[in-house]
Design a protein around this ligand. Structure first.
Ligand code: PHE
Length: 344
């Protein structure tokens, strides 16, 4: 008897689920729960049963009754709410809802713009690996074995057996390794490279993210001077930031350039005079310099015949410096917060 009650339950729930209107619901109500309904047929059999059986069956019938009533009620409610009410109306002149449209991430937008600016003056866009050998990242860039950049706290090393010739594997800490790779690829000047790629360093705070992007310019030819470097940097500053902007070179030190500079851009508000936002009139953009003869030699170039310049800036930083854009926390670039990304 238990089994046939179980079957009855399945049958009832399936039929209720399939009911298409209130009329069907009402007739199902009668056929299952009515005085002459299917459930009552079981109650009639009560007299034939023993006492314990009566209790058990009574409970089962009660539960089934509740289940059927509940299902009928839910179905009735959903059928009623599906039906258009007389007061409902549809304004077909309303504009439709547009599907939301995405856009490129602001870093991708900045990369596209930066590539465009340099391609206009003949630089060739390349992208060198995110994972590098010690040789390209440090050694060929004239950085001695004990240079602090090789410190575990600066560079992320990869657990892999070192290469016989190229040494340890690292996550590329700066796009300067692209200088060596580009000279190896082209074998002879002229070289005009713009390498834009991901870099990794072991720092994470409001002005650093563990992954960031740099763009690295390299120009190698005969008789290249600091004036050429300054011209290219000013061209970039005016194209990216506006015609009233210019750059300034400050003496600095990098192992792979001699002389080396830090490149500053004049403040958008006071244009270099000094104001409340900038204090000194200038903001630091990145590094640059004349390629060190040892770097040319490491790439197989005759350092007596050829020379050139290089510069490397952070993409996120360069983008942030654009007037009117003030991003307090660099980590927002990669937090995937749509409220931030929608603004660009
Ligand atoms: N690689 C340097 C940095 O990450 C920048 C730089 C590039 C300096 C090229 C000089 C020449 O800080």
């Amino acid at each position: 008897m238990k089994e046939s009650l179980h079957n009855l339950r399945n049958e009832a729930l399936a039929l209720i689920q399939e009911a298409r209107d209130i009329k069907e619901i009402n007739s199902l109500k009668i056929s299952f729960l009515g005085r002459k309904g299917k459930l009552n047929e079981y109650t009639k059999k009560f007299s034939e049963l023993k006492k314990e059986e009566k209790i058990e069956l009574g409970q089962l019938i009660n539960e089934l009754k509740k289940a059927i009533e509940g299902a009928l009620r839910r179905k009735e409610r959903s059928l009623k709410s599906d039906q258009p009410k007389k007061t409902d109306w549809f304004d077909f002149t309303l504009p439709g809802k547009r599907p939301e449209q995405g856009h490129l991430h602001l870093v991708s937008q900045a990369i596209a713009e930066i590539s465009d600016i340099f391609e206009k003056i003949g630089f060739v866009r390349v992208r060198y690996p995110q994972v590098e050998w010690d040789w390209y990242a440090f050694e060929a860039l004239n950085m001695p074995k004990n240079h602090p950049a090789r410190d575990e706290w600066e560079t992320l090393f990869i657990k892999a057996p070192p290469h016989k010739k190229y040494g340890q594997m690292v996550l590329t800490p700066q796009t300067s390794s692209g200088q060596i790779r580009e000279m190896e690829r082209l074998k002879k000047p002229p070289i005009k490279m713009i390498n834009i790629a991901k870099c990794h360093r072991r720092q994470q705070d409001i002005t650093h993210t563990i992954m960031f992007h740099q763009f690295e310019g390299l120009l190698i030819d005969k008789n290249i001077s600091i004036a050429n470097l300054k011209g290219v940097l000013d061209y970039f500053a005016k194209s990216f930031y506006g015609p009233e902007r210019k750059t300034r070179l400050r003496p600095f030190h990098f192992n792979f350039t001699e002389p080396s500079f830090e490149v500053d851009i004049n403040c958008p508000f006071c244009l270099g005079k000094g104001c409340r936002t900038c204090k000194s009139g200038w903001h630091e953009l990145g590094g640059a310099g004349m390629v060190h003869p040892n770097v040319l030699k490491a790439s197989g170039f005759d350092s007596k015949k050829y020379n050139g310049f290089a510069f490397g800036f952070g993409v996120e930083r360069t983008f942030m410096m654009r007037s009117g854009i003030k991003i307090d926390d660099l980590r927002l670039f990669y937090s995937n917060d749509l409220r931030f990304l929608w603004q660009f």
